[in-house]
Structures are given as structure tokens and as C-alpha cells.
Design a binder for this molecule. Structure first.
Ligand SMILES: Cc1cc2nc3c(=O)[nH]c(=O)nc-3n(C[C@H](O)[C@H](O)[C@H](O)COP(=O)(O)OP(=O)(O)OC[C@H]3O[C@@H](n4cnc5c(N)ncnc54)[C@H](O)[C@@H]3O)c2cc1C
Length: 448
């Protein structure tokens, strides 16, 4: 390992920052270039009037050991608050609770036999150690086979839609396995019931501490600097150029942006490398944040069975976070997961707001139009790489054919759901290999 090399990490999301931190702590000279006006990426906060909270809803599970390790390092793990939340289902125009074993027994959408098959499916998935064979069958086919058609339609499909929208049919059974594995890990961590946690102040607090810690460890983070290209110069260094005209030479560059973006930034990749990155299909999101006078329900998440509803779930942050944090008001998210090319991403804020509020008023007749105090829409084209059939056979490798240039991104989270814990776990797995790599030496693939 050469000490004190100049590294540029492209992307100041949780992944880029975790990598930058570890590299700097091992003596490297690290700069982060982030295109947005602030650090944090998908986990960044924003404001709705007086309220500052995460742009996208986030919870932490007790089993999120990598994330909790980082929070400990930042001195904020003790600020985690743990809450048992409730889950709802909106079906046939009714709001149903599915929060306890009693709710499950009384759940009207499935017969007792279907409930037993459903429970057996979950247990079966939890006992599978290697998810790779599940990549050969679609989630929908696998769930139909083990739980039956009606349970697929009434339970599994709404759950898949809440996470994937129109991509629900595209993922392999490994996706369902990953969700069940995360749920089981949370239970195994000692809690009898699934607890959801958040740091007081939300991700704004975590990111504030992380930014300070980065500076203390010698990382230089530059925001508002969108990278346009990374190319090799004659002296062997890598030149990183940004859209504001700035350019700087580095010994090594780690791109953490989504694969299709990484392919565009790195023109010297081989055709095969480009093909692998462009071949990763992403899920996008339109996510509305609303401030309401009153909560809509007692559920943290309400999964939606009725197909006419234009969003894929209702998330009530106030079922988790004390309302006093939001000035006594209620913070609600309405996510609509979309394909990366969905024309809905180009619709105006006004159109989306009208459509979402009409549907919400229909679902919750008690909601008065005047009770909506804030409405803001986030759109992201590349959120979550889809775990499609045979996904791990087409993984883009970390090391590229350009010496010193690496791509570490969410596409390399195989058979895991996208969450900050997996993101940090990826950084922890990847950085020793980056340090050990000798760009000018023999090219060997780096595995994560
Ligand atoms: C709706 C939603 C809900 C979620 N809920 C949870 C949850 O409950 N719990 C949980 O743990 N996780 C949750 N997550 C996931 C979590 O936010 C992600 O796992 C994590 O933030 C991903 O970090 P990242 O750094 O890999 O990617 P990103 O956050 O996407 O970071 C990539 C960064 O690269 C920057 N970038 C891209 N191109 C360039 C360029 N050319 N030049 C410079 N910079 C560039 C981007 O601006 C961005 O900041 C959720 C995500 C979403 C969208």
C-alpha cells in the first residue's frame, strides 16, 4: 500500500463518505466531489417550511450493525430512539391493521389455509442460506408456487409494489429472500418485536456529525461540483473534470454514482465494462413529503392493495418520530416507485400534487384539504438496482481496466435490500481491496 496518495471519491452519499473516511484514516489524501449542493445523497435532509427532515423516509433496524458502528464512531448511537411501529393495509377501500399475531389471525383478505401457507413461505425463505439459486426464478413465480395465487395477489404483490412499483414483476426471488433475511436479522438481534429506530434530528444530525468527522480525519469535501469525466493523463494520473470547469489530477479515483452515470463519466472504460454498467436496471422514485395538521392513521407503513391509488405506500413518519419534532404536525411520505425511464418522472409538481392529494382525500375521508400545510416532491431516476434474473452473473467489478480507477456503487450490493447498513457494509468490504491494489501492477478482479 502506498501511503499518502491523492484520492478523489466521486459522490458524497453515505457510500462515498464512508469510503473517504476509511481511506483517510489509513493515511490517504482524500477529496470528495459531490454534485449536489450538500452531502448525503438519498439520505440528505430538506426543509418543508420550518420542518427539516430526511428527503426520503429512513429507519434504522436494531440489526443494522455496520450503520450502528458508524453512529458509535460519530458519537450519536446513544441518540437512537427505538419504537415499535404498526403496519396497515389499504384494501377494498378499507384500512386494515397487520401489526400483531392477533391482527394476522383476524386478517380478512386470506383464509386460514392461505395464512398457514404464507407463514410457511416466510419460514422456508428464512432457512435458505445461499440466495443464488433464487436468482433463476422470478419473485412472482416463486411466491405463487409457495403461497398460492390469491395470497400473491392480496399480500405479496402489494408488498412488492410498495417497494418496486411497476418493476414488481421484474425481480428474482432473491429480492424477497433479502427482505425476509433483513426482517429475521432484526428479530435475531434480541428484540421480540421489530423495532424501528431513528436518531433525534434525523439524517441531518448524522450527516452533520459525519461531515465534521471527515474534516477531523483530513478529508476535503467539495459540494456543488458535478463530475463530467475521469480520464487518464500522459503522466499516469487521473484527471477529474467538473461541469464548473474545474479539473484536478489524482492518483486514484473511486466513482460511487449509479452504474449508468459511472459509465458516462468514465469514457475510457472498455466496451464490456460499459455494457455491464449500462445493463444494470435501476428503479426510480417520485416521493412526496407532506406536512399535515393531524396524523392519517397509527401506521408507520400502509401497504396498498387497491391498484387505482397513484402512489405505492403511505409512510407516516409521525408514527415513529415524536410529533413535537414537527411542531405538533404530522409528516407523511407518499412514494411512487417507477421504472428509470417512466414518463411520470417528467410530470410537473402541480400535476403530481393534485393527483396524490385527490387519492389521499379519497382514502382518508377525514382529511380536510386545508389540513395540508406543506407538499414537496423529490424525483430520483437511479435509486435501487433491480435484482433481476441471474443478476450476480452480470455484476460490474470494482476495479476497472483504467489503472487507478474504481467503481464502487449500490449495483454491487448483491441479494441485499438497499439501505444505509448495506451501503456502509459495502464500503467496509471494498476499501481494504482498494488500498491493497497496485494500479500499475498485474490486473486482477477485485471481489466484494
Ligand atoms: C425512498 C427511500 C427510502 C429509503 N429508506 C431507507 C431506510 O428506511 N433505511 C435505510 O437504511 N435506507 C433507506 N434508503 C436507502 C439509503 O438512502 C441508501 O442506501 C443510501 O443513501 C445510498 O447511498 P449511496 O452513497 O450509495 O448513494 P446516493 O445517496 O445516491 O449517493 C450518490 C451521490 O453521488 C452523487 N453524484 C452522482 N453523480 C455525480 C457526479 N457526476 N458528480 C458528483 N457527484 C455525483 C449524487 O449527487 C449523490 O449524492 C432509502 C432510500 C430511498 C430513496
Amino acid at each position: 500500500m502506498s501511503v499518502g496518495e491523492r484520492w478523489c471519491v466521486v459522490g458524497g452519499g453515505m457510500l462515498g463518505m464512508a469510503l473517504a473516511l476509511r481511506l483517510a484514516q489509513r493515511g490517504q489524501r482524500v477529496t470528495v466531489w459531490e454534485g449536489a449542493a450538500e452531502l448525503g445523497g438519498l439520505a440528505a435532509p430538506w426543509s418543508l417550511g420550518e420542518i427539516v427532515w430526511d428527503r426520503h423516509y429512513h429507519v434504522t433496524l436494531a440489526s443494522d450493525s455496520y450503520l450502528r458502528g458508524l453512529l458509535r464512531e460519530l458519537g450519536v448511537e446513544s441518540e437512537l430512539t427505538w419504537v415499535t411501529t404498526r403496519t396497515g393495509f389499504y384494501a377494498g377501500g378499507r384500512l386494515l391493521s397487520l401489526s400483531s399475531i392477533f391482527d394476522y389471525a383476524a386478517f380478512p383478505l386470506l383464509s386460514p389455509l392461505e395464512k398457514m401457507r404464507l407463514a410457511a413461505t416466510i419460514i422456508r425463505a428464512s432457512r435458505i442460506g445461499d440466495a443464488r439459486p433464487l436468482e433463476r426464478i422470478s419473485a412472482v413465480d416463486w411466491l405463487r408456487r409457495h403461497s398460492g395465487q390469491r395470497t400473491l395477489e392480496r399480500m405479496w404483490y402489494p408488498l412488492l409494489r410498495a417497494k418496486l412499483g411497476a418493476n414488481a414483476d421484474r425481480v428474482s426471488a432473491a429480492f424477497i429472500w433479502a427482505i425476509i433475511a433483513r426482517m429475521y436479522a432484526a428479530r435475531r438481534s434480541g428484540a421480540k418485536r421489530e423495532l424501528f429506530g431513528y436518531v433525534r434530528g434525523g439524517y441531518a444530525r448524522i450527516l452533520d456529525r459525519l461531515a465534521t468527522h471527515l474534516v477531523e480525519c483530513g478529508v476535503r469535501a467539495v459540494v456543488g461540483r458535478r463530475v463530467e469525466s475521469v480520464t487518464r493523463s500522459e503522466d499516469g494520473s487521473l484527471v477529474v473534470k467538473a461541469s464548473d470547469g474545474s479539473a484536478e489530477a489524482f492518483d486514484r479515483v473511486v466513482v460511487t454514482a449509479a452504474s449508468p452515470l459511472a459509465a458516462r463519466l468514465c469514457p475510457e472504460l472498455t466496451e464490456r465494462e460499459r455494457e455491464l454498467h449500462e445493463g444494470v436496471e435501476y428503479q426510480g422514485i417520485i416521493c412526496a413529503s407532506l406536512v399535515l395538521d393531524h396524523p392519517l392513521s397509527a401506521y408507520y407503513i400502509t401497504n396498498i392493495v387497491d391498484a387505482w391509488v397513484p402512489f405505492t405506500a403511505v409512510i407516516e413518519m409521525t408514527a415513529l418520530v415524536d410529533r413535537a419534532t414537527f411542531g405538533g404536525r404530522s409528516l407523511v411520505y407518499l412514494p411512487k416507485y417507477v421504472t428509470e425511464g417512466d414518463p411520470a418522472l417528467a410530470r410537473s409538481d402541480e400535476e403530481i400534487e393534485r393527483e396524490f392529494l385527490d387519492a389521499l382525500e379519497h382514502m382518508y375521508p377525514g382529511l380536510q384539504p386545508g389540513a395540508v400545510r406543506g407538499f414537496r416532491i423529490s424525483r430520483v431516476r437511479y435509486v435501487l438496482p433491480l435484482s433481476t434474473l441471474g443478476y450476480s452473473d452480470r455484476l460490474p467489478p470494482i476495479r476497472t481496466s483504467v489503472p487507478g480507477l474504481y467503481v464502487v456503487n449500490s449495483a454491487q450490493i448483491v441479494n441485499g435490500t438497499l439501505n444505509v447498513n448495506e451501503t456502509i457494509a459495502l464500503a467496509e468490504r471494498a476499501y481494504p481491496g482498494l488500498l491493497a491494489d497496485h494500479p500499475a501492477g498485474k490486473q486482477r478482479p477485485l471481489n466484494v
